[in-house]
Design a protein around this ligand. Structure first.
Ligand SMILES: *Cc1c(COP(=O)(O)O)cnc(C)c1O
Length: 427
């Protein structure tokens, strides 16, 4: 990376650990130095050196309308002019909670928080309180924020007790997390038949997005629903990425499987810090002050975040055939990337659900964590850096999702394909 970005990164490393406020931004996984971004508009971002990129990160998912959408910007500005935070209830929170109830099939009530991490953390506490049990089941390769008990992926074998992925996570907490394999119906069934009576919640990304995109195998989500109901554990869908992304009502409406609790984030905040935990009234009313399960936040339901979220969701709802367009552009992106890989002779596969997708290099198929780990990360790093030179900004890791927004158009997807063709041919 050139000029000003390089200088800023050197300065940043003096005052910010690793130079960034969230690790993947450092481009460490792809062996580069990050572009510092100055501004964005629509499907493009511009760095501090004036380089324009066609963006497929979209702030890691929130920007389904693209950067600096005029209505979102206007509604944030209008709200800001009347005060940014009160620590008191506001009318717009009721509007957002009502919209979430109407949109997401399993939600009657929501509690707004400021990050997906907080939503997942609250889901676990509520599930443990509601069931009087302590164990949590998660799936290898699924990410639910940096909550202690969820920073565990352990080996990929079901029935292994979790060990922490990070120093600082107490073994005692990680030990309350059991790890199963995503898409492994038989293994998950065995685990829940053996230990289900101790399990408070099974938490899953209904479409995995944090080991690269991995769609749920047919029957996987339905089996989780069946087995959790049978053993009395709660099923938690972490829809922080998939909510309002893979369908208006999230993955639960796309696949027709309803969880007990739903974590939302990213799109619901429209690019500002906001996330939510939602579920049926009988569970949600166990949260304070309606019930005894403590949860709070000084900036929860922040007026600017709620304004950005409402503007984003209303625009999505009012956009004619928004999800058909996202599906079409996503399918086109899948097609051009698949063709580019085929033309280059590089073994690869593209996983996609709607407008979220991942090009895996060096593997023919990825159906879970073990297969994702076989991807050729060194080839991906070279591919990523060539794509930067081509003016295309991809997630700087093999194990992340690319996002297509409503601000992208057919010509830009074609440009993605031409850039990928040149980048892969040069590998
Ligand atoms: C991003 C993400 C989170 C964490 O959200 P933050 O706002 O970064 O804390 C949780 N779950 C999933 C599936 C995510 O993609």
């Amino acid at each position: 990376m050139s000029g000003r970005s390089r200088e800023l990164f050197a300065d940043a490393r003096e005052v910010i650990p690793g130079g960034v406020n969230s690790p993947v931004r450092s481009w460490r996984a792809v062996g580069g130095e990050p572009a510092f971004i100055a501004r964005g508009r629509g499907a493009e971002v511009v760095d501090v050196d004036g380089r324009v990129f066609l963006d497929f990160v979209g702030s890691w998912g929130p920007l389904i309308l693209g950067h600096a959408h005029p209505r979102v910007v206007a509604e944030i500005a209008e709200r800001a002019a009347s005060g940014t935070s009160f620590g008191a209830p506001t009318a717009a929170e009721v509007e957002l909670a009502s919209l979430l109830r109407d949109a997401v099939p399993s939600i009657e009530q929501t509690r707004l928080v400021s990050s997906g991490t907080e939503a997942a953390m609250t889901a676990l506490r509520l599930a443990r309180a509601a069931t009087g049990r302590e164990l949590i089941v998660k799936f290898a390769g699924c990410y639910h924020g940096h909550v202690d008990a969820l920073l565990v992926k352990a080996g990929s074998a079901a029935l292994t007790l979790g060990v922490p992925d990070s120093p600082g996570v107490p073994g005692a907490l990680a030990g309350l997390t059991l790890v199963a394999d995503f898409n492994d119906v038989a293994g998950t069934r065995r685990l829940l038949r053996a230990r289900g009576g101790e399990v408070a919640a099974v938490i899953v990304e209904p479409v995995a997005g944090n080991m690269g995109v991995v769609p749920p195998a047919p029957g996987f989500l339905a089996a989780l629903r069946e087995e959790t109901s049978r053993c009395g554990a709660l099923l938690v869908f972490d829809e922080v990425i998939t909510g309002f992304r893979v369908a208006w009502g999230g993955a639960q409406s796309r696949y027709g499987v309803l969880p007990d609790l739903t974590c939302l984030g990213k799109i619901v905040g429209g690019g500002l810090p906001l996330a939510a935990l939602g579920g049926p009234r009988r569970l949600m009313e166990q949260l304070a002050p309606a019930g005894p399960v403590y949860q709070a936040g000084t900036l929860s339901g922040n007026p600017l975040s709620v304004a950005a979220g409402l503007a984003t969701l209303r625009t999505l709802r009012e956009t004619q055939a928004a999800y058909e367009r996202l599906e079409r552009l996503g399918a086109e992106a899948e097609r051009v990337l698949t063709e580019a890989a085929a033309a280059s002779g590089v073994p690869a596969c593209v996983n996609r659900v709607g407008s979220m997708l991942t090009l895996f290099l060096g593997v023919d198929a990825v159906d879970g964590y073990a297969a994702a780990c076989r991807a050729d990360t060194a080839a991906f790093a070279r591919f990523f850096r060539r794509m930067v030179d081509e003016g295309v900004y991809l997630p700087p890791s093999q194990f992340e999702a690319m996002f297509v927004s409503l601000a992208h158009d057919e010509a830009q997807i074609a440009e993605l394909g031409r850039a990928a063709r040149r980048a892969l041919a040069a590998l």
